[in-house]
Design a protein around this ligand. Sequence first.
Ligand SMILES: NC(=O)c1ccc[n+]([C@@H]2O[C@H](COP(=O)([O-])OP(=O)(O)OC[C@H]3O[C@@H](n4cnc5c(N)ncnc54)[C@H](O)[C@@H]3O)[C@@H](O)[C@H]2O)c1
Length: 366
Amino acid sequence: MTDKYRVVVVGMGKRGMHHALAFQANGRFEVAGVCDLDKDRLQAASAKFGGTAGSDAFQVASAVKPDVFCFCTLPKLRREMIRIGIESGARLIAFEKPVALDSREGSEVKSLLAGSGVKAVVSHQHRYGVHYQKVKEIIASGALGRVHTVYGTASGWMMHMMSHLIDYMRWYNGEAKGEWVMAQAAGAGKFYDLHPSPDYIAGFIHFANGVRGVVECGAGAPDVPEVDYWWRKCRIGAQGTDGFAEVLTGGGWRAVTKSGASSGPGCMNYDLDMPPYIQDIANWLDDDRKVHPCNFDSAYEGFEIMMALCRSVLDGGQVALPLSGVRDEIHSLSARLPGRKVLLSTPANAKEYTPAKAAPEPAAIR
Ligand SMILES: NC(=O)c1ccc[n+]([C@@H]2O[C@H](COP(=O)([O-])OP(=O)(O)OC[C@H]3O[C@@H](n4cnc5c(N)ncnc54)[C@H](O)[C@@H]3O)[C@@H](O)[C@H]2O)c1
């Protein structure tokens, strides 16, 4: 027996390995079980971490009875994994964004967690980047004066990127809740993807503190020419009465305030972002008052905003928050958006955004 928190990691792909390595490297955790459907990935993970290994998450979790149940499977598996984590007796569930694929599943995940009292964190770990933190520091110092606008853009599509953008926009805006949103979308090619999304979605968020949010994801989002690596073409920032500060995921930070212009380096880096993200899991397990910055309740606020933006595309006009009732937003959107080619903001987006051949079958989405 050890006094370390015992962890099961399910889904030993890119993000599962990042999580398992960071848990193992932190002296407070021990990876006691690994799980993947893919034999080769499972074998490789088992050789690296030891412990219980298997292809059935329920069996691995039941055998290990972990303190932390972590899953990094693709987005279509959320409710089932949350249920397995709760039934395993874990005290904390750590999982990957997005929270869910639609509000029906998201609200089930929320109810399961609320009914169980199990803590949960969602991996919006970019928050730990030095450049992300520098922008937060400038905003919190008051150097921007009264913040009136927060914004986020990404070339990647919604189910990959919007969860991140909204999370950091809310962080830069003091974690304010959204009151209503309004949005438009175009292009159906990415409804076939494992992260099903409109090719392009853009919208406004009215936050409860009066601050305006402007968010854009996908084919029509503005290029970030300062950044070469396509997936890191994200710009997130805040404007106030006295200036602005913004982070580029792959290109540092910059600010203009009353005291002049300033800038600095920083690039999204899993090796640097994961250790403090994992340390904050230990801190929250140790002490209920040390709530993890990436806690589920905060992520759920962002998730509801994302689903409200989708509903605005479906229904037109403004959508109030919190959402009323549950819907299958992505499936409904895939049936609604025409298959005509989306217009691009930069030729660099052409390799990712191609027209949909036909409306995808529901099975391709859920
Ligand atoms: N936070 C971030 O910065 C970030 C970055 C990339 C991806 N992600 C998210 O991480 C998640 C995983 O992405 P990835 O790139 O690691 O994917 P991946 O395809 O590399 O890995 C997923 C793994 O899950 C396994 N799997 C699927 N169903 C399973 C099941 N029922 N039981 C056990 N194993 C199962 C697959 O075999 C695969 O090995 C996605 O939700 C994605 O959006 C987050």
